[in-house]
Design a binder for this molecule. Structure first.
Ligand SMILES: Cc1cc2nc3c(=O)[nH]c(=O)nc-3n(C[C@H](O)[C@H](O)[C@H](O)COP(=O)(O)OP(=O)(O)OC[C@H]3O[C@@H](n4cnc5c(N)ncnc54)[C@H](O)[C@@H]3O)c2cc1C
Length: 412
């Protein structure tokens, strides 16, 4: 069996790794224009601060891939031909496979406003993006971050610690509400101001490049730009040397759409990561899981991407699909560790205060079933809550709220 994996992010990589574990004979090829697979969370954290060297961002070196007999093709796929099960490459040539796994992730969303596509505006999705952003983190420079979601907030924290003057602009009063619930999202957002980040609640309506000193120079050239002026919805303006657009992700489902696979803001997949074509699977941020009564769920988190790759490998190998349990994400900023588990949108809220800013906001169903939790600096409690959730063990609001109750014991 030859499996061609299009995209070597976490999802494509974990699919390849799991396939090799399950089938020593399979021919496995990963195609990605960015070369060897690397991890993205460090790009807004340790790699951005300079604490993590570049080679540590990669999952493995090329020797490991050679030993595992996972072929890496540094190229972009331009077309998927379903009739011939062939992927065409940008550099010419093509690959024919028995199964194709689409793992193309997503690209940073652009703002559909005047000046939203100006040269030199920064985004953060790739290692190259992180290098450009890192070069701008110079003490005294002014950075405007548009969007206070997970990536924008983490960069604000990293940049302000580097001595950059940071302004964070978002029209939403409490970003991350759906993922973290009101209490944890509110406390996380309040940390920006405490750490010296200026927070403005507004939308961006226009971005202009400030003219360079000499009128003969092209004002759109990033190297000559003297910065940007942002027109905000509250009628104020903001000037910055650099602007990071952190306004979310657009799933890269173009190949799938052009091939006629069913897509809806992402490639639609079933619980085995199968697309609408029997020999094509899709994994990671680019997918939306079909779910009854909804248009499907698209997770854009590390663990979900890894697990979807493992599930696709199991489907390809014909083994039992792994039971992954509740979804989980994390975020690090201002020296704290935030996490979200399961569903924060339903159930009643039960809060456990642990002192020193550590807190867990649980979501509990009437019959005592744990539905979700969001937390700051409480990894052990979250781990225990996860076990209770996955095992379906009922809990009481009193036990959840009481910091002296060890949730691990309830799970035994
Ligand atoms: C800066 C940053 C910080 C993050 N921090 C966290 C965190 O703290 N916690 C958390 O839970 N999650 C975090 N995430 C999210 C997590 O990293 C992603 O969910 C995960 O990387 C998604 O993996 P993926 O493989 O689906 O997509 P990607 O990692 O986007 O990989 C897709 C790959 O497909 C390739 N590709 C695209 N088109 C083609 C084509 N036509 N041909 C060939 N290859 C193609 C791309 O080059 C890319 O390498 C973060 C993400 C970013 C960007």
């Amino acid at each position: 069996m030859h499996v061609a994996i299009v995209g070597g992010g976490l999802a494509g990589f974990s699919c390849a790794q799991e396939l090799r574990r399950g089938d020593p004979q399979a021919r496995i090829t990963i195609v990605d224009p960015q070369g060897a697979p690397y991890d993205r969370p460090p790009l807004s954290k340790e790699y951005l601060t300079g604490e993590m060297p570049r080679d540590k961002v990669f999952f493995h070196d090329e020797q490991w891939f050679a030993e595992q007999r996972i072929a890496l093709v540094t190229d972009a796929v331009t077309r998927l031909d379903l009739a011939g099960m062939t992927v065409e490459l940008d550099g010419g040539g093509s690959l024919t496979a028995d199964r194709v796994v689409l793992a193309t992730g997503g690209r940073a969303r652009h703002l559909p406003i005047r000046g939203g596509d100006l040269a030199g505006l920064l985004s953060l999705r790739t290692l190259d993006d992180a290098d450009r952003l890192r070069a701008a983190l110079v003490p005294g420079r002014r950075l405007a971050i548009v969007g206070a979601g997970l990536v924008g907030a983490e960069v604000a924290s990293t940049a302000v610690a580097s001595g950059v003057e940071v302004t964070l602009v978002d029209p939403v009063e409490t970003p991350l509400l759906a993922a973290a619930g009101a209490l944890v999202a509110g406390r996380l957002h309040a940390m920006h101001a405490v750490h010296g980040v200026r927070v403005i609640r507004a939308a961006i309506e226009r971005i202009e490049a400030l003219p360079p000193t000499s009128p003969r120079l092209d004002p759109r050239s990033p190297s000559l730009s003297r910065g940007y002026r942002l027109q905000l919805s509250d009628r104020s303006t903001l000037e910055a040397d650099d602007v990071l657009l952190a306004v979310g992700l657009v799933p890269d489902d173009g190949l799938a759409r052009e091939a006629g696979l069913e897509c809806e803001d992402g490639i639609l997949v079933d619980r085995a990561q199968r697309t609408s074509h029997p020999h094509v699977l899709a994994v990671g941020d680019v997918t939306r899981r079909r779910a009854e009564g909804t248009s499907g769920i698209r997770h854009e988190h590390w663990e979900a991407a890894m697990r979807s790759g493992q599930t696709a490998a199991a489907a390809l190998l014909g083994t039992d699909l792994p039971n992954h349990g509740a979804s989980w994400w994390w975020s690090d900023r201002y020296g704290v560790h935030a996490e979200g588990l399961g569903d924060l949108g339903t159930g009643s809220s039960v809060v456990r205060e642990l002192g020193d800013g550590a807190v867990v906001d649980f979501r509990l169903a009437d019959e005592g079933r744990l539905l979700g939790a969001a937390a700051i600096d409480a990894p052990r409690v979250v781990r225990a809550a996860r076990r209770l959730m996955d095992a379906g063990i009922p809990v009481t609001a009193e036990d959840l709220a009481d910091p002296s109750v060890d949730l691990r014991k309830l799970g035994r």
